[in-house]
Ligand binder design. Sequence first.
Ligand code: RIB
Length: 288
Amino acid sequence: MSKPKITIVGSINMDLITVTDQVANAGETVAGTDFETLFGGKGANQAVAAARLGADVSIIGKVGDDAFGSEMIKNFEENDVDISGIAVEEKTPSGIANIIVSDNDNRIIIVAGANGKVDKIHVDQYTSVIKNSDMVLLQFEIPMDTIRHTLDICKKENVPVIINPAPVAELEREYLSAATYITPNEHERAQLFKMREDGLPEYYEQLITTQGFQGASYFKDGREIMIPPKSVDVVDTTGAGDTFNAAFAVGISEGMTVEDAIYLANDAAGLAVRKLGAQSGMPMREEL
Ligand code: RIB
């Protein structure tokens, strides 16, 4: 079987991770237990995870002209991700995420930097890459106009596309309905469909919902079916959703059923959380 060709249009961040037993309140200083600078960004994480699972992966995005930018490009090369769709944005810092890991959970503040400059003109240069993909993956850490534009290209070129609406933002019905799959977590799903005229049932066929330690669900004949994960030892859940999305995309592109692709994605995400950092624990295909 030939490798599925997956293209990610998305964010690239350096994650500045602080581990602490106690999270500081306003005006308070507390001591943390560990600090690491590790590769992240939802787009980058999904690209690395898909490549480790055996896909032929390209990423379309931007980094800044700083040390983080060149390190992040090197990381893609080391993980066999095609970097021809990455531009270095001058006089701009790379995207970063400030992450606090505490009590099996995380809090994240992102600063877009170069990710905020991933515009339609940049994406247009890689239309042929998108056109030749088995699947395109989108998240919401680049400008929403660029997301809409990429969805238009996918629709025109008939390329399957997954919208991972994270962090959640509004998207009009015409764009949501253009997605092959929409993959929010349970909180994003509630926000995405809050007070909309087009209700949840309109999207049953497309919706895959990740639900943390419960696993992930999909709809079959109007009923929501939950697929539980195997039990896992959790060190850091950062990047679990990204690993899930990448593995789901790989599974579907290989011709798996939705149910089998969710099993694959649950397994991959379960392995990813064993190590600190979004990408550190992402498995190779042989590990699954
Ligand atoms: O999904 C996890 C990612 O979200 C982190 O790597 C961080 O960079 C933020 O973008």
